[in-house]
Design a protein around this ligand. Sequence first.
Ligand code: CAO
Length: 425
Amino acid sequence: MTKALKGVRILDFTHVQSGPTCTQLLAWFGADVIKVERPGVGDITRGQLQDKPNVDSLYFTMLNHNKRSITLDTKNPKGKEVLTALIKSCDVLVENFGPGVLDRMGFPWEKIHALNPKMIVASIKGFGPGPYEDCKVYENVAQCTGGSASTTGFRDGLPLVTGAQIGDSGTGLHLGLGIVAALYQRTMTGQGQRVTVAMQDGVLNLARVKLRDQQRLAHGPLKEYSQFGEGIPFGDAVPRAGNDSGGGQPGRILKCKGWETDPNAYLYFITQAPVWEKICDVIGEPGWKTHPDYAKPPARLTRLNEIFARIEQWTMTKTKFEAMDILNKDDIPCGPILSMKELAEDQSLRASGTVVEVDHPQRGKYLSVGNPIKLSDSPSEVLRSPLLGEHTDEILRQVLGFSDHQVAEIHDSGALDPPRKVAAE
Ligand code: CAO
């Protein structure tokens, strides 16, 4: 079976997390992704958070599947020649360098566009044009500046960052979509273009329901927030809402059997209006179906703490999985809080290819997250990440068509690291 992006060649200048998540997705869709790394150093994550000495970290391996690696010093004159040849041979250049790095390397957009008018240049930066455009940015900075942290956590506590990497991986996803849109437009115009996503913008996009609430606040209190039922006045900015549901259907995280010892023995429970009567029956409060204080959603809004406390009395008699089974039979929306351990062991995620086991010549077998986007005619196979410079010579010869003599000359120039020997697989 062919792949959706077969024939698309990506010049991958990404590092750390945001950019690599984007190019990994493109590789899973079949693009040939050539990752350019600094000789002897490589992507800094190869050596970060290492669980085994001198072995590429899980941080690196889990973000760089299905890619090829070439080491190249782009500040070396010969290295610049190789980079020029790569620009002419690739369809998309993806980078998430600090602001101005590509220009300082001697490859501003104008030059790249002149070398290869069809090339799409895709960039992630921390901020868009404005006062912070020259700032370097990491995940949590983006969460804080994009509206996520100010709206995450409990009202009387600190702003919180989330475990989901919405600043890095979220922005990578946005960039990937921009790249395929630009590739599609290119089929009609024949021209490349610039695609840029600022991490602040990506996070704000994911937090757009909170900007919705900011504007609703001008017209009265946010009645679905617990603080409304608690009689606590709202300020002039959207408050942190704990585990309140972000939508129009009130929800909370409730304790389940075993919560005293298991930090994840909890269930998210949503009191969706259409199934309210079934909820009343399940928790043993049939009288609430007709009682004027509980029967209709507006009446319930000021009593959410009492209602969820009653539902929790019921959920505490069940494990999160028992509760899920019972509630699902009645179409009551709910979900157990699943730990990473439970997700790693989940057989249905293994069967769907969302959690995959990958073999690596240095570290052996490890688990990773496969492609969460399933295309029926372009299945994704997860292949191990490349060793540093593993494909340097292969790319010089096969992609750029350099002769043995030319390859030797480039090696002599110091622009490359000798490719490491690949351990037997
Ligand atoms: N050969 C020679 N030099 C190379 C090279 C290569 N193959 N690859 C990179 N370099 C050089 C660059 O030219 C740059 O040099 P100058 O500063 O002298 O121009 C240098 O490496 C550093 O690049 P950088 O600024 O991108 O890297 P950093 O470690 O200082 O900063 C980060 C990292 C992530 C903060 C910054 O890249 C950034 O803000 N990126 C944009 C936002 C982003 O994606 N953040 C998310 C990162 S994931 O959490």
